[in-house]
Ligand binder design. Structure first.
Ligand code: ZN
Length: 150
């Protein structure tokens, strides 16, 4: 791990990597998608249970680096209990946070997810951070195939 990368591994990221929240599979998923980031080798399998347009349960499984695991863990916490529209809005906000190159905007809705803002300095890591979100987007769209970051 280089010095530059170490700055990325803040406490919240380390904590979510060590003790991922919502790890596993939900019972009787109504939506699912798999994601793969060939650049890093991150793989994620996302399952959701959506009741009346609300995400009542969400879980992820798979193998990945600390950034992708922490991002997936934080994502499940952020969208659990939210409506599909709210989750899509959080996706948009997260995507703009990690990809915007201009002066960082305020993202008050993102909460703990803001710890991942640092990845925008590291293009390779952006794909790790965004992977679970692409899987979420695919799952919400009703797809069940595999998405990749490439
Ligand atoms: Zn990765």
């Amino acid at each position: 791990m280089t010095m530059d990368l170490r700055e990325l591994y803040q406490d919240v990221i380390l904590d979510h990597n060590r003790r991922p929240r919502n790890k596993g599979r939900v019972d009787e998923p109504t939506h699912h998608a798999d994601g793969y980031n060939p650049l890093c080798g991150d793989m994620i399998s996302l399952t959701l249970h959506i009741d009346q347009n609300r995400i009542s349960a969400i879980a992820f499984d798979g193998q990945g680096c600390a950034i992708s695991t922490a991002s997936a863990s934080l994502m499940t916490e952020a969208v659990k209990g939210k409506t599909v529209a709210e989750a899509q809005s959080i996706f948009g906000e997260f995507q703009s946070m990690v990809t915007e190159t201009a002066a960082p905007l305020e993202h008050p809705d993102l909460g703990d997810l803001e710890v991942l803002a640092g990845v925008r300095e590291y293009p390779v890591r952006i794909k790790c951070a965004i992977l679970p979100w692409h899987a979420l987007k695919a799952a919400l769209a009703g797809g069940s195939g595999q998405v990749t970051t490439e």
